[in-house]
Design a protein. Sequence first.
Length: 347
Amino acid sequence: MDMKGGVLMKRYEIGKLLGQGTFAKVYHARNLKTGMSVAIKVIDKEKILKVGLIDQIKREISVMRQVRHPHVLELYEVLATRTKIYFILEYAKGGELFNKVAKGKLKEDVARRYFQQLIAAVDYCHSRGVAHRDLKPENLLLDENGNLKVSDFGLSALAESKRQDGLLHTTCGTPAYVAPEVINRKGYDGAKADIWSCGVILFVLLAGYLPFHDPNLMELYKKIGRADFKFPNWFPPDVRRLISKILDPNPSTRISLIKIMESSWFRKGLDSRAICIIRETKEPPPLDDDTNFGLNIDSSSSDVDQKQELSKISNLNAFDIISYSPGFDLSGLFEGTDQRKEVRFTG
């Protein structure tokens, strides 16, 4: 039993179930040594092997080890047994932002604060060569202080995912939040597609409903392709201008994150500390060759020394690091398995 007596590997006391999906369950847990609350994402290895999601899980681990920011959910460590993989994650006590929006539109100042934090996180991810590709309120969590945390990097794309044309070609994301260029399958810039999704999120926060909705999926895609939406009458002019520039169906003329951050509406109520956090980074823990991130399936745990400092890694994405560092090899998680191609399609 992986969780015998409600304790995982003598280190985490397992609490209530927070949520579950097809391939994973998420539990609240407590670190027995420090008393700190964490969330543990338990992934059934056999299920993901059957449907060919190995690469997706590897990518999620790689990205989350690389991306450290105050508004990105932190991955503390990865543990593994023969049958399960465990992500030990920062605990977001406030739950999903979606639950707040489901109760109705947010006040403008509240929506702006969440949007400022979202843009700060996305800008940082893009600076590390990571496009999220599935930004939506369900993947935006809140901590105990109400601060936003971007989560679920299962569909994220790293720089090397691009083809020779420099574009991504995988159709993914959630239909209502997906950018037009992702739908048309001609290749797209993941960072620009993320910006579109941020625009849809902002609209939802302020309106309480989606800008693009239709029971017929093809009709929905047509509306997205034309940016066919209407603003509620309570949207102020500066918000309308900003969202119109974000929800530009032409990615080459769509507003950039820098321009969003320079906009008058975005900067309202943004103090100097918040401005600093937009570009703030928390360097990932050291990539020590002696540290077995690979987690051979017989191993019980993998300790990461969070206190050491990491020398700056310039122009290396997570998969470059994996290829250069034997200690960062994730293949041990899936040893002796048939690594079929990823088949998940969301969109």
